[in-house]
Design a protein around this ligand. Sequence first.
Ligand code: GLA
Length: 396
Amino acid sequence: MSTLTDERTTELIEQFQQHFGGAPTYVSRGAGRVNLIGEHTDYNDGFVLPVALKRDVRFVLRPRADRQVRLFSVEFGESGAFDLDNLRYIPEQLWINYIQGMAQSLEQEGIRLTGIDAVFSGNVPRASGLSSSAALEIASAHAFLAAAGQTGVLSGPRIAQLAQRAENHFVGVNCGIMDQFISELGRENHALLIDCRSLEYTLVPMPEDAALVIGNTRASRSLASSAYNERRAECEQGVALLQPVLPGIRALRDVTSAQLEAHRALLPENVYLRCRHVVSENERVLQTVAALQAGDLVRVGQLMNASHDSLRDDYLVSSPALDAMVGAMRSVEGCYGARLTGAGFGGCAVALVKPGYEQAMADAIFEHYPKATNIWPEVYMTKAADGAGVEQLLLA
Ligand code: GLA
């Protein structure tokens, strides 16, 4: 079934014609995501439970005979170009580095790429905790693979790993694997339980009586990357301090709550609290999967609430804006639970809601959130969608 030949693709095809002349031959997509639960666990070898969004980054493209890449970004209204034989970080044009990084990662995997002409656009809000970067990486991965005639040669988990490598090594952001993995492998009406150590994954059906509402705080996330790296370092410190008494552990994933409590005295207070979040969050993810499978949405909501509280009080990655958003969401009848989603410090919160109460929740957010923050939010009502895709475009 063709899913990518819709209005957005038609518009991109028109833009392509204007910029490059003629018609593109492929369309590719990488999905945005919202994480239901399992925050700051992926880089601790733990568990996450995200869903892919309909919102995506999309490329239309045509292979070239040489190794030049020519791009036009619709949102930035900007052209960019690079040579596959001369990849170098371009500080003045941040978006192009995700695409260059992806090209480098694929070639390091032994895939010989060909140049492309491409127009792309995205409707995943940027820098909002919904993984617009991962969507860009994954969409460009499929664009390059299609142009090189290599669609299907890499597994989904491998593509996700290569995209993570692009972000870690070329872009210079030390993220975990969650965003790229769900952007690639998400499935309509399902959440994905990902074991971030083994990269095994399980599709978890979303119950029909559960809807998702995302509230975008539109608050700045200026401290996000330095604080993210600090949290990672604190987790590593925790593992290093616990290893002498728990020699079998490689990551916080291997530590139980009982073990953490037993050895609390070995850890500085800040490190103990960060570890307590990660260890309890891993447990909450597995409990959430069990509750979803049992159709116990009240329990899922309680676990989401507990996740937010732990992120706020132990991991210190919430913010007044996120707390106000979550408060507005929880005030609505029909809300099972609400929490910040993504790295935190700003960006979005997600709520699990009884179907039929989505609009009431949006109304409550627009009523309460601006009063608390002086910021006008955005609200997205959403469902779990398919992850990445690529299709050949038929010539008209
Ligand atoms: C960002 C990172 C992910 C993950 C989350 C926090 O989205 O890119 O890898 O660590 O933060 O759960």
